[in-house]
Each structure stands twice: as structure tokens, then as C-alpha cells.
Design a protein around this ligand. Structure first.
Ligand code: GLC
Length: 489
């Protein structure tokens, strides 16, 4: 099959979160299976050009219709660690992608509406006729709308799969988007059956458009498809999901095991596997040296990932203090985008700066992340909601015990050592339910107790986790099945 991914991110060149990892990992898996995959991205000024090889101009004069005129674009090509990527660069005073960031501008909806139109115009003009167009999250929600409303004559056979990574961000704007993209006709589109936001009758909702117009919609874990349809985790789109239930499914993300493999990882000093687990502790010492933590007989607990309200930051903070109170060490690694959360954690970092058992690194450091996965004994993930979550799956691969809240993808991948109904050899971590201190403490207490009192049992739990296969193998096949299913309809 020939698949074109249209996405706002692809790691490691344009990377803000898990979506970027998924676009890269899934594309690689599909190629390994013999499919042809191309990825269309904006040409951000913040692209990590050192990750891209063979940068060439692919299409010089692409004119993308916009309002009553058109914007002149260049399309660049480059290999991103082997993936074939096309980067759209508009030349206009809007400066859509020269903002130093991927998201977070007041005109984000217009930026990505333009990108969606440009991606289709590029496919049309460059004679790309993929079997499947796979779009990701609200920034590309208008792609299926534009395809079936405007491009269907030139591209009548293309089918669209739309993956929703996060319902919290949906892309809400007004009629102007319709006029800008050439859809026009607000009386047609600002309608409950199409793009009208379910709560603001004057607004259009990109994600809703993506759901209504795509041939298939996926969430990034099976449980989250249910949660989004039936609970407040759909952020107002539950009703829409319900109406389109026949084409909604959940596919759990995979982890790119070429990048995340303690046996071959070039970013950790001591490589290890199931048979040489003791070498993990050598990494722990390297990590402690690097972060100026003392080398005592203590477990090391980590939080890795964005510090966003989604992630249950109040409990991350509590986990830190609880760890210190219980004689454990704590390492935090992650960027903050929310100013209030940023301030809170900067203050905390300052306060704990000289603490011998604790380190806060408030930014994203890819290389350090590898060392933290390899060196930590446990990671905590107290998310309020988690469509899938990659951290717990990477941690398992590195023999690092996940302590997670039972939501979304977390409860589908982590099975409690004491309370899971699975057989003992399939249990791989600790799970708690309530989003409060008592909840997380109950799980952390059990994990720390096992580490101190039953080290051999703790080791078994680590090995159980390392044996899991959370690669792209199964989810890759699931996506191929979905593509096949919609292709033949
Ligand atoms: C979003 C979700 C996260 C998921 C990731 C990749 O960041 O919050 O749960 O793992 O997308 O799909």
C-alpha cells in the first residue's frame, strides 16, 4: 500500500510530544512491512535540520489557494532517519511556520488549516495518489473535510484514517477558516452533522470535522476510545464519537524498539538485557554522578515527560516529597509549557537545589532521558487522563517499574503486582485509581516495600516487564488491517 501521513510533528526533527514519536515509529513499521510511506510536514524554522539527510527542493512553485488568492509555497524533501518527508514552506507575510515553536501561537488554527489545504494541493499537483491518507490530531482534522469536499474530483479513491492522540486540543475557530480554506458555505458546514462545535454553535471544530469526514478514526488505546465516548475525557466530542461508533476504534501505540532498547542503546554507558540486569545498576551510578546525587542504598524514582495539567502534576509533586520522606531518591525530567506550572516547579527546583537525593531538570533532554530510563528503579505516572502514554512502555523495556494511575493506555499496559487478575508472570508494575495522595501513596508504598524487603521479587517484576512486547509489531498490523478495511469499501 501507499500511505501518506499528514502530521504536525515527526520525531526527531519536529517533536513536541508523543504524537511525533508515533508518526515516526508507525511509519517505520509500515515501511518494514513493505508499504510505501511518505510524511508531509510544515517546514518549521525550528526543524532540527541536523537530523535530516539529503535536503532538496522537491516542488518549487506550489500555489495554495487561500481566501480569494493563493500563497506561493516551496516543498522540500529530506530523509528523516530514513523516513521520506516533505516539508511545506509558504512564502507569505503570515509567516505561518517561522515562529520558533510548533504550537502555541494565537493563530494556530489558521496555521494548520493552511497546512492541511497545502498538503492536499501538493498531493494533487505532485500526482501523489496514495491509497491511504493518515492524519493526526486537530491540526490535520480539516484534511478529510477538504479532500471529500474540494479534492474529490482529482483524488476520488483516497481514503482517510484519522488518529486522535489527545481530545483536549480540538482546534476551534469561526467561519473565517471556511472562507480561508475555500470551503465557504457556512450554512452547510456550521451544522451539527458536520463541523459545528457541540458546545459553541457559532464555532467550527477541526477534530469534529476529522471524525465526521474520515473513513476511520482511531484513538491511541482501546480503553481510551471508550473513555472518550462515554466520559468527560472526550472533552465534548463523546456524542459525535457515539454517532460514528461504527468507524471508531482504538489502537494502542507502539514503542520504537530500535531507539528504545537497553541492549543496543548508544546513549547509555552500560547496555544490558534480561541476563545482565545487574548492569542496570551501573547506569544508576552514572546517573547519580551526572546529577550530583549521593550513592546510597536507596531506590531511585523518576518522572519523565511534559509537566502539563493532563499529567497530574499535583501528584508528581507529592510523589517527589513522599519519595524523599521514605528515603528514596527522585529525578524529574520534563519541560513545562503552562506558565503557572512552570513557576511552581522552578520554585521547587530552587528550593531543592542542594538536596543530595533529588534533581529537577525542567526541559526536555533526549539523551538524559535514556539514562534516566536505564538508571531509575521506578517511574511514576499519575495522569488525570492518558490516551496512551509512551513512558510506561519504554520504562518496562528498561526494567524500570511503572507506578501508574488506572486511566487510558496506562491501565492497558501496566498490571498491578498485587491486585491484577492476570497470572503473576504477567504482572509488571503498580496501579492506583483515585487521583489523590492516598491513591498514589498506596501504590508507592507497596513498590518501595517490595524494593526494600523483597529484592528478589522486585527483580522478577522487572524481568516480567522486560519480556512484554510493546513494539510496533502488533499495532502496525492493526493499522494495516484498518487501511485494508477502508480501502476496499
Ligand atoms: C498524546 C497523549 C499521549 C499519547 C501520545 C501519542 O501526547 O497525551 O497519551 O501517548 O499523544 O499518541
Amino acid at each position: 500500500m501507499y500511505i501518506v501521513m499528514v502530521a504536525p510533528e515527526c520525531a526527531p526533527a519536529a517533536h513536541a510530544g508523543g504524537l511525533g514519536d508515533v508518526v515516526f515509529g508507525l511509519s517505520r513499521e509500515l515501511e518494514v512491512r513493505g508499504h510505501a510511506v511518505e510524511i508531509i510536514l510544515p517546514r518549521y524554522d525550528s526543524l532540527h535540520m541536523d537530523q535530516i539527510w539529503g535536503w532538496t527542493l522537491d516542488y518549487a512553485d506550489l500555489w495554495v489557494p487561500w481566501y480569494n488568492g493563493a500563497i506561493h509555497c516551496s516543498v522540500w524533501f529530506g530523509f528523516l532517519h530514513g523516513r521520506k518527508c516533505f516539508f511545506i514552506e509558504p512564502h507569505s507575510r503570515d509567516n505561518f511556520f517561522n515562529r520558533g515553536v510548533i504550537y502555541g501561537c494565537p493563530d494556530d488554527t489558521m496555521r494548520f488549516a493552511f497546512f492541511s489545504r497545502a498538503a492536499l494541493e501538493f498531493m494533487l499537483k505532485a500526482n501523489k495518489r496514495p491509497d491511504i491518507i493518515h492524519c493526526h490530531d486537530w491540526p490535520t482534522g480539516l484534511v478529510p473535510v477538504l479532500l471529500f469536499e474540494i479534492y474529490k474530483h482529482g483524488m476520488p479513491h483516497q481514503r482517510v484514517c484519522f488518529t486522535i492522540h489527545n481530545f483536549k486540543h480540538q482546534g476551534i475557530d469561526g467561519e473565517r477558516v471556511l472562507w480561508a480554506t475555500g470551503l465557504g458555505r457556512p450554512w452547510h458546514y456550521v451544522h451539527d452533522d458536520r463541523l459545528r462545535d457541540n458546545f459553541n454553535p457559532a464555532a467550527i471544530n477541526f477534530t469534529k470535522g476529522g471524525i465526521v469526514y474520515s473513513n476511520f478514526v482511531t484513538t491511541v488505546s482501546r480503553g481510551h476510545a471508550w473513555e472518550a465516548t462515554h466520559t468527560d475525557q472526550g472533552y465534548g466530542l463523546g456524542h459525535t464519537l457515539h454517532r460514528h461508533a461504527h468507524k471508531i476504534g482504538g489502537v494502542r501505540n507502539g514503542v520504537d524498539y530500535d531507539m528504545w532498547n537497553p541492549e543496543t542503546d548508544p546513549m547509555i554507558p552500560h547496555r544490558y538485557n534480561l541476563e545482565s540486569l545487574e548492569r542496570k545498576y551501573w547506569n544508576k551510578d552514572v546517573l547519580r554522578d551526572r546529577l550530583w546525587l549521593r550513592k546510597d542504598f536507596k531506590p531511585l524514582i523518576a518522572y519523565i515527560g511534559r509537566l502539563d495539567s493532563q499529567k497530574g502534576v499535583h501528584l508528581v509533586r507529592h510523589a517527589l516529597f513522599y519519595s524523599l520522606a521514605r528515603g528514596a531518591q527522585f529525578v524529574l525530567l520534563g519541560p513545562t509549557s503552562d506558565p503557572a506550572i512552570g513557576q511552581e516547579f522552578s520554585r521547587l527546583k530552587h528550593e531543592l537545589n542542594d538536596h543530595p537525593d533529588c534533581h529537577l531538570e525542567l526541559r526536555f533532554d533526549h539523551e538524559l532521558a535514556h539514562l534516566v530510563y536505564a538508571g531509575a528503579d521506578m517511574v511514576v505516572l499519575p495522569s488525570n487522563f492518558e490516551p496512551c502514554g509512551l513512558v510506561q512502555m519504554i520504562a518496562l523495556r528498561y526494567g524500570t517499574i511503572p507506578i501508574v494511575r488506572a486511566v487510558g493506555g496506562l491501565s492497558e499496559t501496566v498490571f498491578d503486582r498485587d491486585f491484577s487478575t492476570r497470572p503473576p508472570e504477567q504482572r509488571n508494575g503498580y496501579v492506583f485509581h483515585q487521583s489523590d495522595r492516598t491513591g498514589i501513596e498506596s501504590a508507592m508504598r507497596r513498590a518501595l516495600g517490595l524494593w526494600y524487603d523483597y529484592p528478589q521479587e522486585f527483580r522478577y517484576l522487572m524481568l516480567n516487564g522486560m519480556r512484554y512486547d510493546y513494539s510496533w509489531n502488533h499495532p502496525g498490523q492493526d493499522y494495516v488491517n484498518i487501511y485494508d478495511h477502508i480501502r476496499h469499501k
